[in-house]
Design a protein. Structure first.
Length: 133
């Protein structure tokens, strides 16, 4: 990952950076998202992959290639100090009910240094009349 000038995002909050990163990844611009937003010392906590940036980036690229009609919709984002939480709806294709996903980012100097993600498949039938969103 290349060093990113903090001046590039001077007018953006880290909440906007987190959302931009996710939107770029979802649209298939995975490498660009990593180059623009991820710090060299990045680590993540997805239990299905090694904890380094490159492994997760390659998995995201593979997913983008396998699901070119993926949709990603941010429902809300919350920022507290250097932490951002983004709640979103991800669908791999138009017929997919999708997954409710929570991404938790930790930032240093406007770069993502740590990432956690949690997802819940949206059920066809749910007793909860309020839904996932």
């Amino acid at each position: 990952m290349r060093e990113m000038s903090t001046e590039k995002f001077h007018s953006n909050t880290i909440k906007e950076i987190a959302v931009s990163f996710l939107k770029e990844v979802a649209s298939g611009n995975v490498r660009e998202a990593y180059q623009n937003y991820v710090a060299p010392n990045f680590k993540h906590h997805n239990p299905y992959f090694r904890g380094d940036a490159n492994t997760l980036m390659l998995a995201m690229e593979e997913n983008a290639a396998a699901s070119p009609s993926k949709s990603f919709e941010v429902k809300f984002a919350i920022q507290e100090k250097e932490t951002v939480v983004v709640y979103s709806h991800v669908k791999q294709n138009p017929k997919d009910l999708g997954v409710a996903v929570v991404h938790i980012f930790r930032f240093q100097e406007n770069q993502i240094v740590e990432l956690w993600d949690l997802g819940t498949q949206i059920p066809e039938d749910s007793p909860n009349e309020n839904g996932m969103f």
